[in-house]
Design a protein around this ligand. Structure first.
Ligand SMILES: [Zn+2]
Length: 221
């Protein structure tokens, strides 16, 4: 299984964070990826981080056109802010069969938080989303892909059954920690093809495996 992660699509409707711009893709780039995923949907999981308005305005209709489902990891501190999803958008995504998950509250790197802050970030974002969509929230998208052993423990303790990282490559169905690859606007068609077919050089594959073991077992905060 390959996890594909998107952030924003089209023109941003808010001021972007530092280093965020490359993670926005055009509607055409997005459409090209969806058309390919739709050829073999069982091999892919599509996710969206940050809760941008384009999740609702651009991604939702395109996904429906292709008969695809996706997961949306929302920052609850931004709900209703300019350029972000509001409660009605989140409900519409959920009612259309999409999975809603947490990306935390304030877009912070979770390993840098104290135990109490981390607990708050994971629990109250989850409670807020459950309140909005009236469904169980059990999945989280890890901000900036930054996690360590303490973060994974806190996620499990807060009731999450699945956490999505940004380690790239594939994963087996049913695993707790699921790596994804973020698609960027500056990727060439060749780059995108390599991701969709999970082509990675042996050296990159080894580095990824080592990095994942380190992050899973160490406390870095
Ligand atoms: Zn994010």
């Amino acid at each position: 299984m390959i996890g594909l992660n998107f952030h924003g699509i089209g023109e941003p409707r808010r001021t972007l964070e530092r280093d965020e711009a490359p993670y926005w893709v055009s509607a055409q780039q997005f459409e090209r990826v969806l058309a390919q995923v739709a050829q073999a949907p069982e091999g892919f999981q599509i996710t969206f981080d940050d809760g941008n308005l384009s999740d609702h305005d651009i991604a939702l209709p395109a996904l429906m056109d292709h008969g695809l489902r996706a997961r949306f990891f929302v920052l609850t501190g931004r709900i209703g802010a300019p350029g972000a999803l509001d409660t009605a958008h989140i409900r519409a995504l959920s009612e259309a069969g999409m999975t809603i998950g947490s990306h935390g509250i304030d877009h912070t790197a979770w390993p840098t938080l104290s135990d109490a802050e981390l607990k708050q970030e994971l629990q109250s974002s989850r409670a807020r989303l459950e309140d909005i969509c009236g469904c169980a929230i059990t999945e989280a998208g890890i901000p900036f892909g930054r996690y360590d052993a303490r973060v994974l423990r806190a996620l499990r303790a807060a009731g999450y059954t699945t956490a999505w990282s940004s380690d790239g490559g594939g994963f087996r169905h049913g695993t707790f920690l699921r790596p994804r690859t973020s698609l960027r606007g500056d990727m060439s068609d060749g780059d995108v093809q390599a991701i969709l077919s999970n082509r990675m050089s042996p050296l990159r594959r080894l580095r990824r495996a080592v990095r994942m073991v380190q992050k899973r077992w160490m406390v870095t905060g």
